[in-house]
Design a protein around this ligand. Structure first.
Ligand code: SAM
Length: 294
C-alpha cells in the first residue's frame, strides 16, 4: 500500500485537497535509503520516512518529476542530481566549541608544536572532514591563531593549510561564507573574537587571517580522496554516527592512514576506533587518538 505523506508531515491514506502530495510508498523509501547508503554510507531508518519525504519533495518539483519512481530513475543517471539528493538528506547540525575538550586538548598539547613548525617554515596540514557549515574548522582556526595577535598574524602568513570538506555543497558554501549570528559564537572567548572576527550588526564574520588559512572542498568521504599528503591533525567528528559498522571501520582506517605518524585524529563523542585502525592509533584522551610511529 502506498502512503501519502502530507507537507505537514502527517501520514495519510487520502489525498489532501489543495496540497497535492507526492505518493511516497515504503518501497520508494527503501530505494531512496539504499541509494543514499550506496552513495554516502548514511543509513536511513524507517523512522526517517517523513524527513526524507519533506527534504526530497522540493527536489522532485524542481526536476519536474511527478513520482518518486521517476525521480529515482533520474538520480541513477544524473550525477549532479545524485549528489544534490544525498546532500539534502545529510544532517548538518553543528555548533562552535562543540565537544570543547577537543579544543582544550588541541590548545594544550598540539598547538605549540604546530605553531613552532609553521613559524620555522615547515608545512602544517589540518583537515576538518565533514565540516558542515564551518563551526568546527573556525573554532579550530581561532584556537590556533590564539590570543596573541602578533603571533597569530605570523601563523596566518605561514605554510599552514587547513582543508574543510563536506559532502553537502550547501554546507561547504556556508563554511566558506564564514558569517554567523553573534549568539552562535558566544562560546568563543572574547579575546579570540576581538582578534580574528569582524562584527557587522548581529553577525560576526571570520576575518581574513583565519579565512586565508582554509581551503574548502565538496568531498564524499566514501569516494576517492584527491589528497597527496598526510595531515598533522584530522577532525572527523559526528560524521560516522550515520554510517553502518563496516563503513565506519573502513573510514576510520583510511583516516588513520591519512594522519602522519605522531599526528592526531579527533572523532565524535559517540564514535569509536575499532578494527585495523586501532593498531595504528593510540588513544590519548576521550575520542582523541595519536598515530603511532613518530
Ligand atoms: C552532524 S554534521 C557534523 C559537523 C561537525 N563535524 C561537528 O562535529 O559538529 C555531519 C556532517 O557530515 C557530512 N557527511 C555525511 N556523510 C558524509 C560523507 N559520506 N562524506 C562527507 N561528508 C559527509 C554531512 O553533510 C554533515 O555536514
Amino acid at each position: 500500500m502506498s502512503l501519502m505523506l502530507t507537507p505537514s508531515g502527517k501520514m495519510d491514506d487520502s489525498i489532501v485537497p489543495g496540497v497535492s502530495p507526492q505518493v511516497f510508498s515504503r518501497a520508494d523509501f527503501a530505494k531512496v535509503a539504499d541509494f543514499t547508503h550506496r552513495k554516502s554510507g548514511i543509513v536511513l531508518s524507517e523512522g526517517k520516512m517523513m524527513l526524507v519525504y519533506s527534504r526530497l519533495a522540493p527536489l522532485l518539483r524542481r526536476c519536474k518529476c511527478t513520482t518518486f519512481a521517476e525521480y529515482l530513475a533520474l538520480i541513477e543517471e544524473d550525477q549532479n542530481q545524485a549528489i544534490a539528493t544525498v546532500a539534502a538528506l545529510t544532517t548538518n547540525h553543528t555548533y562552535f566549541n562543540r565537544e570543547e575538550h577537543h579544543f582544550e586538548h588541541f590548545a594544550k598539547h598540539v598547538r605549540g608544536d604546530l605553531v613552532a613548525k609553521a613559524l620555522s617554515k615547515q608545512p602544517v596540514r589540518i583537515w576538518s572532514a565533514g565540516c558542515s557549515s564551518g563551526e568546527e574548522i573556525w573554532t579550530l582556526m581561532l584556537t590556533l591563531l590564539g590570543p596573541d595577535r602578533i603571533e597569530g598574524k605570523q601563523i596566518a602568513k605561514s605554510k599552514l593549510v587547513a582543508l574543510a570538506s563536506d559532502l553537502a555543497e550547501h554546507a561547504v558554501s556556508a563554511a566558506d561564507a564564514a558569517t554567523y549570528q553573534k549568539d552562535a559564537m558566544k562560546e568563543i572567548s572574547q579575546a579570540l573574537l576581538d582578534n580574528w572576527c569582524k562584527a557587522d550588526g548581529d553577525t560576526l564574520k571570520i576575518g581574513p587571517e583565519a579565512h586565508g588559512l582554509v581551503r574548502f572542498r565538496q568531498l564524499n568521504l566514501l569516494g576517492d580522496w584527491p589528497i597527496k599528503n598526510t595531515f598533522d591533525v584530522i577532525f572527523c567528528r559526528n560524521v560516522m554516527i550515520y554510517f553502518d559498522h563496516p563503513t565506519k571501520e573502513r573510514l576510520v582506517w583510511r583516516l588513520a592512514n591519512q594522519v602522519r605518524p605522531g599526528g592526531y585524529l579527533y572523532i565524535g563523542h559517540s564514535e569509536r576506533v575499532s578494527g585495523q585502525a586501532a593498531e595504528l592509533l593510540e588513544p590519548v584522551g576521550p575520542t582523541i587518538y595519536r598515530r603511532r610511529g613518530a
